[in-house]
Design a protein around this ligand. Structure first.
Ligand SMILES: [Zn+2]
Length: 373
């Protein structure tokens, strides 16, 4: 992936790096907006560009069901289909299948599940998930893994972690046995599982490193464990991962979670929070969360965030956006989503600049001093 370490913080694990995909440079730490169905809800590729987005997330489970593989193949991949010219990472679908309560059956060969659309039966094996991601044409594909709920006892965590290792081997084999379908290479990341148990995480990392993935993701967090547990496990994993490969913490999190994890040496993040919260009328701002429906903002002429330079904040008042939400106008969802994505990208870009300038701790402290969670 041509991964280059641009700077390493002297006082923590925080680092700034650059890697290449066929669709451009990615400068880390980076936040990847979630576009499970091939779209970051309410935003166009031009909007994403304006927010400084370098890479978005798609989802294998969702895209496999709709629009389906036939269309994606015909369109020569997701980039061509959705008009997004920069990088795409696709999650394997493991987490989505895990979330389908009662609609799944896991065996050593893979996972059988029913579509949440129409109840139809499907089967994902580690190999099939590679093939699907070949058809999607994502720049970075993830391996199939088994996610477990928190809390899970050691025995349950051990079983899932063993299966995830077996699947990782099969996924890596399938990756090398298959070819990319379009005229650019793809990369593959492994996923570390093991719940909140350091010994399992350790074993998971040892096994994945042998398979020499292009990058490593820390999975199975942000599923209800305490903040302290998450931080401990994250730090435990980053310390054992090679410095010359990207590290991705899946599904995390709030601005504070992200800064903590950057400090622990994580490079990549994704989370539904900025987009989902925006559609509920919650904006992330320099001073904390702002719930736009509150009557306090009825005639407030200030922008969502007074320190923000995004299109929304430069042009619209809280009063107007509140009005849009109150009358169910779609523009309200769009403007708030645009602001939140801009805010998250600014957060990680500023962290990057601070790391390069050897000012990360100061940056983090001054962000926290202003931000009320
Ligand atoms: Zn803004």
């Amino acid at each position: 992936m041509n991964f280059t370490l641009d700077a390493q913080d002297r006082h923590s694990q925080a680092r700034a790096a650059t890697f290449h995909t066929a669709h451009g440079l990615v400068k880390t730490p980076i936040f990847m907006p979630v576009g499970s169905l091939g779209t970051v809800k309410t935003l166009s590729p031009a909007d994403l560009d304006q927010c400084g987005v370098q890479i978005i997330l798609g989802n294998t489970y969702h895209l496999y069901l709709k629009p389906g593989l036939e269309i994606l193949k015909k369109m020569k991949g997701l980039h061509n289909f959705n008009g997004w010219g920069r990088s795409i990472l696709t999650d394997s679908g493991g987490f989505q299948v895990y979330s389908l309560d009662g609609l799944k059956k896991i065996s050593k060969d893979g996972v059988e599940f029913r579509s949440h659309w129409d109840g139809s039966k499907h089967f994902f094996s580690p190999q099939k998930v590679v093939d699907i991601q070949r058809i999607i044409g994502s720049d970075i594909m993830m391996v199939l893994d088994e996610c477990i709920p928190n809390p899970s006892d050691m025995e349950r965590a051990q079983k899932a972690h063993q299966l995830t290792i077996e699947w990782a081997k099969l996924s890596r084999e399938a990756f090398f046995k298959s070819n990319h379908l379009y005229d650019y290479p793809q990369f593959q990341f492994g996923i570390i599982q093991g719940g909140i148990y350091p010994e399992l995480r350790h074993e998971s990392i040892d096994n994945l490193l042998k398979l020499d993935f292009d990058g490593y993701a820390i999975g199975g967090l942000a599923v209800g464990e305490s903040l302290k547990e998450r931080e401990q496990i994250t730090r435990f994993c980053t310390q054992k991962l090679p410095s010359e490969k990207p590290r991705y913490l899946m599904g995390v999190g709030t601005p504070l979670d992200i800064l903590e994890a950057i400090q622990s040496g994580v490079d990549m993040f994704d989370c539904v929070m900025p987009t989902r919260n925006a559609r509920n009328g919650t904006a992330f701002t320099t001073t904390g969360k702002l719930v736009i429906r509150n009557s306090t903002y009825r005639s407030d002429l200030k922008p969502l965030d007074e320190k923000c330079q995004c299109y929304t904040c430069l042009n619209f008042s809280r009063a107007y956006i509140r009005h849009l939400f109150n009358v169910n106008e779609m523009l309200g969802l769009r403007l708030t989503t645009l602001h939140n994505i801009y805010f998250y990208l600014k957060l990680v870009n500023s962290a990057r600049e601070a790391i390069v300038d050897d000012e990360f701790q100061n940056y983090k402290n001054s962000f926290l001093a202003e931000y009320k969670s």
